[in-house]
Structure formats: structure tokens, C-alpha cells
Design a protein around this ligand. Structure first.
Ligand SMILES: Nc1ncnc2c1ncn2[C@@H]1O[C@H](COP(=O)(O)OP(=O)(O)OP(=O)(O)O)[C@@H](O)[C@H]1O
Ligand SMILES: [Mg+2]
Length: 263
């Protein structure tokens, strides 16, 4: 039998419901609508890593790192001075305005690059998705090596739509899943944040099929009050809870409301 090494989420109680956490080296989706707590989930995961000297990388695709840091500083579990400054948590700005700051000449994106993403039919230019993902992956692979990164959060995948993919949904899926597979090959444990409108079953990129686990966060209205819920709908190789868990977001981050000893 293979011994699976587990990577803890940093969210109190969650790892007890998943045989100890995510499988090391796995790709995991955290899916939910706006405001569901996805970024906070990712920050728990990175802070937990920083505590354990497992360095983390946040790939900021939509909200810039300064805004993520500002909001994170509200949370008791996130210590900016201990984690971000000593680079136990590295944040790369790949937001639409931020990535233009990267110096293209510093990137090896020529034909000899080992990270060429096949881009038939899509022009190889600054605004094309393959060019963008190429750059992102190149940076990720360099930072992973230099900083000995073990945990990655991509926040969110949906930002890929900002770039030109020739309006070809099949192509979009192909390069998105290829990108995630490339990251998985770096032997890091990844949380990819995905924005899914409430009450729909379909994902944008087909990413749920390549992910090793899927955690849904959502919000319901119960008697005029917002109720936050978490469901694990898939976790390969893991006996996980099938219950819908309710939680709150407080200054301590994600806190489950009722803890069921029977799981
Ligand atoms: N200190 C706090 N106490 C209570 N609730 C908070 C606190 N900080 C944030 N929240 C709640 O968390 C929500 C934001 O969580 P988060 O940024 O993780 O959402 P998200 O799923 O990443 O959203 P988006 O898709 O817009 O990026 C806020 O809308 C607010 O309801
Ligand atoms: Mg967010």
C-alpha cells in the first residue's frame, strides 16, 4: 500500500474530516461564488505552510497582492511580518495591470523554452492566453525552485478569461488543464480557486475532472440570515465527510459552527 503524505489545510477541524488533509503533490479546487471565502481559505493554507516551514506561493490573478495583504492583516492566523516579509509566503502579481510590469526581456519565452504551451490558431502576442500562461508558468517554476515552494494558491483561474483565447472554449479548456498539469509536475500541493456561480453544475474550464479534490463554498439565505456552507464533493484516495458543514468567517478566519464527533 502506498503511504500518502498529507498536507494540512490550516482550517481548524477540516483536516480531521479528510484523513489529515490534502494529498501531497495534489491539485485541489476551491469553488464558490463571490464573497464565499475562497481567498480566505487560500490564506489559511499558506499561513499553515509558513508555520510549518513549507513555503507558499500566491499567484494573484485578480486582486493584487497589496489588497490581499491588506485584507489578510485582519486575520489572527495571518502574520504579515513573519510570513510575507521573510518570504515564507511569496505573492506574484499576475493581475491584468500587474503582469505588464514584468520585464518581457527577462523571460525565456523563445522556442527553446521548456514551457511552450501549444497555441495553434491563437496569435503569440502579449494579450493571448497562451503567452500569459507561458509567462506565469515560467515564473512559477523559477520561484518554486528558488524559494523551495511547497504550497501554491492560484486566485482565481477565472482570470484566464481576461486574455485572448480565440473564443475557442475547447482550446481554453485544453490549455487550462495543461497549465494545471504543468504545475502538478512541480511536486507542489496546489489550491486552484475557481469562481462558480451559485446553483450551477458546470465549471468554466473542466478543471474539476483533473483536480484531485473539490471543495465547494457557498452562501444560503436562511430566515433572512446568510448561512455559509462548505461541502467536499470529491477527494481522490480519501475517505472524507459527505456532510454539508456550516461555518462563519470571523477575525480567526473560517470557523465551523457545529462539530460532529461522528464526522
Ligand atoms: N474579519 C472578518 N469578519 C467577518 N467576515 C469577514 C471578515 N473578513 C472578511 N469577511 C467576509 O469574507 C468575505 C470575503 O471573503 P473572500 O475574500 O475569501 O471571498 P472570495 O470567495 O475570495 O470572494 P471573491 O470571489 O470576490 O474574491 C467578505 O465578503 C466578508 O463577508
Ligand atoms: Mg477572492
Amino acid at each position: 500500500m502506498f503511504e500518502k503524505v498529507r498536507v494540512t489545510s490550516g482550517i481548524p477541524y477540516l483536516d480531521e474530516l479528510t484523513q489529515g488533509g490534502f494529498i501531497k503533490g495534489s491539485t485541489n479546487l476551491v469553488i464558490g461564488p463571490a464573497g464565499a471565502g475562497k481567498t480566505i481559505f487560500g490564506l489559511h493554507f499558506l499561513s499553515e505552510g509558513a508555520l510549518k516551514n513549507e513555503n507558499g506561493l500566491l499567484i494573484a490573478m485578480q486582486e493584487p497582492p497589496w489588497a490581499i495583504r491588506r485584507d489578510a492583516s485582519n486575520f489572527s492566523f495571518f502574520d504579515h511580518n513573519h510570513y510575507v516579509e521573510p518570504e515564507k509566503i511569496v505573492m506574484l502579481d499576475f493581475t491584468p495591470s500587474g503582469w505588464e510590469l514584468w520585464d518581457p526581456d527577462s523571460l525565456n519565452i523563445g522556442e527553446d523554452s521548456p514551457f511552450i504551451i501549444e497555441a495553434e490558431g491563437v496569435p503569440y502576442d502579449e494579450t493571448s492566453l497562451p503567452t500569459f500562461l507561458h509567462r506565469v508558468f515560467y515564473h512559477i517554476s523559477q520561484v518554486v525552485e528558488e524559494k523551495k515552494i511547497e504550497r501554491i494558491v492560484i486566485d482565481p483561474l477565472a482570470a484566464f478569461r481576461f486574455y485572448d483565447y480565440g473564443n475557442d472554449e475547447g482550446f481554453l479548456r485544453k490549455i487550462t488543464t495543461g497549465f494545471l498539469a504543468n504545475i502538478a509536475s512541480l511536486n507542489v500541493t496546489t489550491i486552484a480557486i475557481s469562481e462558480l456561480p451559485s446553483n450551477t453544475g458546470a465549471s468554466i474550464f473542466g478543471e474539476e475532472y483533473i483536480a484531485d479534490s473539490i471543495i465547494h463554498l457557498d452562501m444560503l439565505s436562511v430566515r433572512g440570515e446568510m448561512m455559509r456552507i462548505l461541502r467536499i464533493t470529491k477527494m481522490r484516495g480519501t475517505k472524507h465527510t459527505t456532510k454539508t458543514l456550516t461555518f462563519q468567517i470571523t477575525n480567526d478566519g473560517i470557523i465551523f459552527l457545529e462539530i460532529d464527533k461522528d464526522k
